[in-house]
Design a protein around this ligand. Structure first.
Ligand SMILES: *[C@@H]1O[C@H](CO)[C@@H](O)[C@H](O)[C@H]1NC(C)=O
Ligand SMILES: *[C@@H]1O[C@H](CO)[C@@H](O)[C@H](O)[C@H]1NC(C)=O
Length: 358
């Protein structure tokens, strides 16, 4: 993945370019599950204008050339925020209980807001089953596509609902939950492509327990060399960009934007996963198939694991610990107290949620 600095670089150096123009306002999978929202889509931003600022500021630009140059990752960038960190945004969405659910063969309703002419259809969607490893594993069929040819039509400030079909066979393995995929949709406008990414949680798959040794992706030697030389070329600008971003004025600007847009991040304490020393497999803190946004924010005491709680409390409904005995009898193993990823949802409800408001 590109570094933060390269994303800032890209943001700075490309500011002057694109005018952009389709936004994923929502994606609804299985009925009754939460709705996902496109990464970096700002709910407070006006949708009734076509001007570059503010109405195009959170549309996502996803260009293969920028991805290949390691300027952005596979979900591209927005004009307001630069490179989209898929992992970060997925974890934020999980914590906020804002990840829609899917199963093999289910359909997603994806609401696309067309800002102006080149936010038109057709949109093509694909899937990153590992969430953020950069590998597009399947193309998805789209029905009821946004009207348009080559990304153009006369529609503007208008919303369309496209239908995206999940495959019969797929296996989401991304995120701390171990069962989250990233869906990416984008049109074919030459000033774009425009579109966005959002997370989906697969509820008919066993959440993945990763071990470092079985992570499958690799780059060719050629790509590694290219990336190294690209990164070396970028570094001076990237360092300058991050210095600039830390300047008083830049910080003031960022704070003003954050306040205007009422940006919030729900924050939960992270689970601690314990790996078996022989197999590398997690012996505790199994990922949860169904992290649901549960209301009560306080019974499992927000300080998981670490030797204080044993399994004793906050443990209701979470017998995943039964096979943890090797982990550390008596000290409450990893996330000992029944929260979060314990294999079922004693789950998220037990973790304190903090909402930060800028
Ligand atoms: C556009 O929407 C914003 C709210 O997002 C509202 O304050 C504003 O009055 C609207 N402007 C027009 C021209 O309708
Ligand atoms: C998805 O479709 C594109 C063409 O649009 C093709 O190049 C790519 O190989 C396909 N990806 C997969 C995983 O089938």
């Amino acid at each position: 993945m590109p570094s933060i600095s390269s994303s800032i670089l890209s943001f700075a150096s490309l500011l002057a370019v694109a005018q952009a123009h389709g936004v994923i306002l929502g994606a609804q999978g299985i009925q009754g599950s939460p709705e996902s929202v496109g990464f970096k889509v700002e709910p407070e931003l006006a949708r009734n204008c076509t001007s570059i600022s503010p109405c195009q500021q959170d549309t996502t630009i996803i260009r293969d050339a920028e991805i290949a140059a390691n300027v952005v990752n596979e979900c591209g960038r927005t004009e307001l925020s630069g490179n989209i960190d898929i992992g970060e945004n997925t974890e934020n969405a999980l914590a906020a209980g804002a990840v829609t659910q899917v199963k093999a063969g289910t359909q997603l309703k994806v609401t696309i807001h067309q800002v102006n002419a080149d936010g038109a259809g057709p949109y093509a969607c694909d899937l990153v089953e590992a969430g953020n490893n950069g590998v597009i594993t399947q193309n998805l069929t789209v029905e009821n596509n946004v009207p348009g040819v080559n990304g153009f039509s006369q529609a503007k400030t208008q919303q369309f609902e496209i239908l995206v079909n999940m495959p019969e066979k797929f296996s989401c393995s991304g995120s701390s939950a171990g069962n989250v995929c990233t869906v990416r949709c984008r049109n074919n406008a030459l000033a774009g492509p425009f579109g966005g990414c959002f997370p989906v949680q697969q509820v008919d798959v066993e959440p993945s327990q990763n071990t470092a040794a079985n992570v499958p992706t690799s780059l060719s030697l050629d790509k590694v060399f290219k990336q190294v030389s690209q990164d070396q070329a970028d570094l001076p600008d990237a360092i300058a960009a991050i210095q600039e971003a830390g300047s008083e004025e830049a910080l003031k600007n960022a704070a003003a934007v954050s306040q205007l847009l009422k940006q919030t991040v729900t924050s939960l304490p992270a689970a601690t996963q314990t790996l078996d020393i022989v197999t590398g497999v997690a012996t505790s803190a199994a990922a949860s198939a169904t992290p649901t946004a549960v209301e009560n924010g306080r019974n499992g005491n927000g300080r998981n694991g670490n030797g204080r709680n044993g399994n004793g409390r906050g443990n209701n409904g979470n017998n995943n610990n039964a096979d943890n005995n090797n982990a550390n009898a008596g000290n409450g193993n990893g996330r000992g107290n029944g929260n979060g990823f314990g294999g079922n949802f004693g789950g998220f409800g037990n973790r304190r949620r903090t909402v930060f408001r800028a």
